[in-house]
Design a protein around this ligand. Sequence first.
Ligand SMILES: Cc1cc2nc3c(=O)[nH]c(=O)nc-3n(C[C@H](O)[C@H](O)[C@H](O)COP(=O)(O)OP(=O)(O)OC[C@H]3O[C@@H](n4cnc5c(N)ncnc54)[C@H](O)[C@@H]3O)c2cc1C
Length: 587
Amino acid sequence: MSEYFFPDQDAKFVLQQVVGFSDLCNQLDQNDLNSGLTDAILEEAAKLGHEVLAPLNQIGDRQGAQLGASGVQETAGFSEAYQQFMESGWPSLAGDPEYGGQGLPRALSTAVMEIWQSANMAFSLCPLLTQGAVEAVTEHASDELKAIYLEKMISGEWTATMNLTEPDAGSDLAAIKAKAIPQGDHYRITGQKIFITWGDHQMTDNIVHLVLARLPDAPEGVKGISLFVVPKFLVNSDGSLGELNDAKAVSLEHKLGIHGSPTCVMSYGDQGGAVGYLVGEPHTGLACMFTMMNDARQGVGLQGLAISERAYQHALQYAKDRIQGTQRDGSRVAIIQHPDVRRMLMMMKSGSEAMRTLAYVAASEADRLKAAAPQNKAHHQARLDLYTPIVKGWITEFAQELTSLGVQIHGGMGFIEETGAAQFYRDARILPIYEGTTGIQGLDLVGRKGVSDKGAGMLALLDQIRDELVTLQLPDNMQAAYELMVQAEQDARGAVAWLLSHKEDASSIGVNLMMLFGYLCGGWLMLRSAAAAHALRADSTQDISFLDAKLVSARFYCEHFVPRVAAHWQTIKAGSEAILALDEAQF
Ligand SMILES: Cc1cc2nc3c(=O)[nH]c(=O)nc-3n(C[C@H](O)[C@H](O)[C@H](O)COP(=O)(O)OP(=O)(O)OC[C@H]3O[C@@H](n4cnc5c(N)ncnc54)[C@H](O)[C@@H]3O)c2cc1C
């Protein structure tokens, strides 16, 4: 199993040159981060990722969590790793300082999170979900609930879960059946939730379940769902832990990947009802849960980047080591010498770099929203909302291709588990499914982020891309790459106009439009990277080799991936007819 190294040079480049991190810190009044502190944070995180979490990744795959009489027992070693993770203060990085958080910018905590997800995605799902739950509780819970739960969740002393899915309610949450009956100052929750990630474990003293359920007087559909905090152990008024709540994991799923992450069937109320506390107003639970889901959707997109990066590092090492084939002079060569292996490595490298630009830029929108003057907040909120399905949908779908290439570069050994390439491919497969499938992301994009605002958010993004493209100073050998991007921006404009004039076809074209925007944003931000690299080359103190590689990577991305924008545009234009023409019986 190869080791994992955080690509710190690229991450720092993206933060500084693409996100504009120094300026962002100024806006956030966090200038202390501009004096080497950011580098120190990333270096420390990388050390923990490399030394502690990454070595447990294959162990978790081989010895997944087990359900026993006293609940779920996670993979051996995970608990010690979690203690170290928590004691070093990593869970609280982006948390609200009022509740013990460090309040660091989301752009930085996202770069740090990339490390955890690359090193050990199954383990890192646990803090990912806790962070989302922290957001939901911070935004929607009463001060009383916040006082009891938030500090412990932010510090990582307690982890959290997201309980939406039921056997008959997956993508369609309107079908949720779990019940909540009022009883004094709390509610009694009954029902079954399935596929609950990290629903039980022994790494912390308590687990805070965020559960969607219906009140007795709830209207039908999504407007009748409420959100509850349901702790594994009840919490006494002095903060100490009380008795075990009526909520438990009753079985664990056997999965294709992420074996180190227990996926639980949770039963609430076998003994009369689990004690739960309402978050937000009655019947507004889905809106409250969306705070967590939007955070988690960006987090899952980041997982797509993280696992693609890890698969790339693994494949690169193999391509350098594996001797196969001969040169003209008869000497044997490593496979990295073959142009087609180079093509695959470049796809993995430039694809991962483009994912990183978009994931970090999207995360930084949350910071810009926070720092914005009141009159600018709506713009940043709209942009953040627009990025979310693209980050989740495009990156996780793209990760399927890149992790598959990682297997391909290994040849037959890629199909053999010992080499580890297969684990990344298997682990990546969940990403376009959980937190809303790709189909659901496509619907979100064309509906809430497209048709609803008459395309205003999309067109504002396209205007920004068009205006920035004309300002970019690029080397002469990138002219063709640049022209591909200019054409792609026009194609995207055509696709938005098509959507607005064919609203009845919106649900058929959603995924194509989402992928189109993903490849387009990747190209835009890779050209921004290229322009920055080109300018920095004039400074002889810079790492010229890194900057040259960045220019090549950006050029490769434009030549190999940006043409996919035109392909998606052609498919969008074809409309729904052939998609829907067959009668069900003809399938
Ligand atoms: C490992 C794992 C971990 C998970 N963790 C959690 C968790 O922690 N908490 C939690 O609550 N859930 C969790 N889930 C559940 C996950 O979010 C759901 O599986 C997912 O939302 C899809 O729901 P479903 O499985 O019921 O599929 P379905 O909704 O039945 O979808 C099946 C197919 O139909 C498509 N489809 C469905 N409806 C539509 C539509 N309206 N338009 C277009 N296409 C549609 C989907 O895109 C998909 O291709 C997890 C699942 C897994 C496998």
